[in-house]
Unconditional design. Sequence first.
Length: 303
Amino acid sequence: MKVAIVGTGAVARYLVDELLSQKHDIVAISRSRKAWLDDLSIEQHEVQHTVAGITPALEGCDAVICTVSSSAPELVQIHESLLEACKSSPTCKRFIPSIWVGNFEDVPDQPYYGAGSIQKIYNMLAGQQTIEWTLLSVGWLIDYVIPTSQRYLPDDEGFWVQNPRNKTFKLYGNGTQTISCTAARDAASAVIRLLETNSKWEAFTYVSGEQLRWIDLWQIIQGYDTEYRLVSKSLTESIRQLVESKDTMTTLVAVFDVMGHSEALCYPQERVDRHRKKYFEGIRFRMVRELIEDAKANPGTVV
């Protein structure tokens, strides 16, 4: 199988690892050349995200995965270009868009500043029958619980509840909201398995390594590192930050905080179990403690 990956950030690195481990061919499409892809001898296409730029790069590909940040202002335009390029391709007939985190099926108004773009992309995909697609929901990528050296995901700017620099854990309200979370490498394995399956894709596909409450996650983190202290953040504080924000980064953090307070990060377990049986049998989806233990047992390795 030959797979095109659009966007070459941290998520793409996990996908590349797993595609190579299964002996698949890869084409990377981005606006700039990446040295880490050169090191792996991956075919790269430096193009603008337009139909004219993308179409030649999809030659011989069977599927395309978009990993462009969901906060990108041109997200809808990029997906429009990808869909049209797939339609014109004689081979590339499967498409996984860059919508990864929330339960958009049940909570379509989250994230606050991104739901409109997601809805447009969903309508665009649902309004055609040429290309097979699915909105793949993998929950929070939980790898922030392990050291920076053991993950491709970079230290964030406040999106995640842990701050390893000042050893704080941000708890949303009383922390009883349920979240679905998955290790990034396990999520990548699920993507590859989905591309390999002959089973018909559904409009929404759910992947979750574990479902737990924020307060449960806090207890796990504190159990491994007693220096962490709890900092509560109320819904009112999050909304005030969103309303009063003067810069993009502060706004994005507030948007994710509001999601953390809501039900938008919880996937119905019945759907998770059904899709695991339908598509993902045999994949080891690690729980939070298992990921931490894997990291401890394999120092210096991106687990």
